[in-house]
Design a protein around this ligand. Structure first.
Ligand code: RI2
Length: 318
């Protein structure tokens, strides 16, 4: 798949899920770097930079995308031959792809330890990382039952219930608004993340924050499963995570909307769950309380404030 196709598929959500988006972008940059035939290293650098911008412009919220691009392009410079630059990029891309897949497995191993035999688990949307925890617990022989939400308007819950069904896990499929009705039947909520800010707040699929509120009121554990590259270094500088708002047709048909001239549709795709509602964030480096988000950004992503001035310059807001 070429760069434009990948960008289009991420935009249209044919490729979706924060981890998958990051890996698809890295694969696309890797292929692109092998396809282009620049005549100078300055041209190589500039073409790669533009390609990175194109990928970054697809979806604004999942921080895994800029973090992955930063990871493979960091230390790339206009100095050095084209071959040196290309080799550097390809090596970094392979490291990211390898580590990303292993991170999800490791999260499954660590997260499953928080699940007990007989637990009823609620999950929202379709998160590879959250599902890894549930599947690992089940494969360890724990009897678990899941409540999976529908996830209006794009119905990612259908992907989740297919995975759970295929694994042989008893699953209850519910509409998003039924969460509070069932929350007292649930032992533990496990969701993924599109971004984690420096104060430990979690940006995830719309509806996550109200599930966290219901869990908090019911004293139900609320766990987030997120690779370290979902943590957002730029929040250290006070940058906000921008919340994607998608088109109205995802919720209401264009003809119906046209017949309702006083109605407008709002379609934010993500919301922010405050750290006070989160018990644990399970990463591939271990399980942390949200208050340790800064440590993860600094120790594991290797970013400190000085870092922003040294690294490859990408305007993540484009
Ligand atoms: P993994 C998804 O976003 C969901 O919000 C999900 O919780 C999150 O990415 C993380 O998914 P979308 O692309 O990386 O469906 O854990 O909007 O798979």
């Amino acid at each position: 798949m070429n760069l434009d196709e990948t960008a289009q598929k991420i935009k249209s959500m044919e490729i979706r899920g924060a981890g998958r988006i990051a890996r698809a972008a890295v694969e696309a940059l890797k292929d692109y770097a092998q396809t282009i035939k620049p005549s100078t290293s300055v041209e190589f650098y500039s073409l790669i930079n533009s390609a990175a911008m194109k990928l970054l412009a697809t979806r604004p919220t999942a921080v895994s995308l800029p973090n992955a691009i930063h990871f493979i392009l960091t230390h790339l410079s206009e100095d050095g031959t084209i071959d040196v630059q290309r080799t550097h990029l390809l090596e970094r891309a392979d490291v990211f792809l390898y580590e990303s897949k292993h991170a999800v497995e490791r999260i499954g191993e660590i997260g499953s330890k928080n699940i007990s035999d007989g637990d009823v688990i609620l999950t929202h949307c379709n998160s590879e990382a959250a599902l890894a925890c549930i599947l690992a617990a089940f494969n360890d022989g724990k009897r678990v039952e899941v409540f999976a939400t529908e996830v209006r308007p794009r119905n990612q819950g259908l992907i989740t219930i297919k995975t759970l069904n295929d694994a042989g896990i008893t699953t209850n499929y519910i509409v998003d608004s039924a969460v509070r009705y069932f929350i007292n039947d649930v032992d533990i909520v496990i969701v993924g993340a599109d971004a984690v800010t420096v104060n430990g707040a979690v940006v995830n699929k719309i509806g996550t924050a109200q599930i966290a509120l219901a869990a908090h009121e019911a004293r139900t554990s609320f766990i987030v499963a997120a690779e370290t590259y979902k943590f957002a270094p730029r929040t250290l500088l006070g940058e906000q995570i921008s919340i994607e708002e998608r088109e109205s047709w995802e919720i209401l048909s264009e003809s119906l909307l046209r017949s309702l001239p006083n109605v407008r549709v709002r379609n934010p795709v993500f919301d922010v769950t405050p750290p006070s509602y989160i018990d644990l964030i399970v990463t591939e480096k271990g399980a942390f309380p949200p208050s340790l988000a800064y440590i993860i950004i600094k120790e594991y992503l290797g970013w400190s404030i000085d870092e922003f001035h040294k690294t490859f310059q990408i305007d993540y807001r484009e």
